[in-house]
Design a protein around this ligand. Structure first.
Ligand code: IMP
Ligand code: MG
Length: 182
């Protein structure tokens, strides 16, 4: 895991320039290198991934091709614009049983920690044997509940992050890199 809290932003690549973006924080090449590294660490155990929609779809698609797994998706709602809520609710439930399975929750970013705390509890309640967490990004400066991230890509500064699945009101999700918004 790399701590990028002191990293200087670089210019957004020309085709993606947008006046709402402050700069690029993580390049496409760095993301792909990190995903491979995380894949090696996670290993080819019998994982059942729980992919958190919508933000984690890009990370999950890349990561799951590095490991041996089955998967299901869940969607929880906790954010509207830049304001987070403390009580996540399920808007798209899991559809496959978790009984006795090694569950790997795949998330885009852990911010205050409420979403991941809720999902760990949820997977345990559904009978998972083991629950581990893989997150591409973490913003520890904003954490309000203590959660363990077993496989983490990068620590990011306390800024609003977009790209590689992360959005700001549904914008910028499909950027192939990670950027900071103004
Ligand atoms: P938490 O419950 O505060 O940890 O929030 C986690 C969720 O909030 C993540 O799954 C993201 O969807 C969203 N989120 C938190 N920080 C950011 C950000 O900087 N950009 C985009 N989405 C974010
Ligand atoms: Mg999310």
């Amino acid at each position: 895991m790399e701590d990028l809290r002191k990293r200087k932003l670089v210019a957004v690549p020309a085709p993606y320039k947008n006046k709402e973006l402050k700069g690029m924080l993580i390049t496409e090449a760095e993301i792909s290198k990190k995903v491979k590294e995380l894949g090696r660490k996670i290993g080819k155990g019998e994982w059942h991934c729980v992919v958190v929609l919508n933000g984690a779809v890009f990370f999950a698609a890349d990561l799951m091709r590095q490991i041996n797994c089955t998967f299901d998706t869940v969607q929880v709602k906790s954010y509207s614009g830049k304001n987070s809520s403390r009580t996540p609710i399920i808007v798209k439930p899991l559809t496959k049983p978790l009984n006795g399975r090694n569950v790997l929750i795949v998330e885009d970013i852990v911010d205050k920690g409420y979403t991941i705390e809720f999902l760990i509890r949820h997977c345990k309640d559904l009978g998972a044997k083991r629950v581990r967490v893989a997150s591409m990004l973490s913003k520890p400066d904003r954490r309000e509940v203590d959660v363990r991230i077993d496989y983490l890509g990068f620590i990011v500064p306390d800024e609003f992050i977009v790209g590689y699945g992360l959005d700001c009101d549904e914008k910028f999700r499909t950027l192939p890199f990670v950027a900071v918004i103004k």
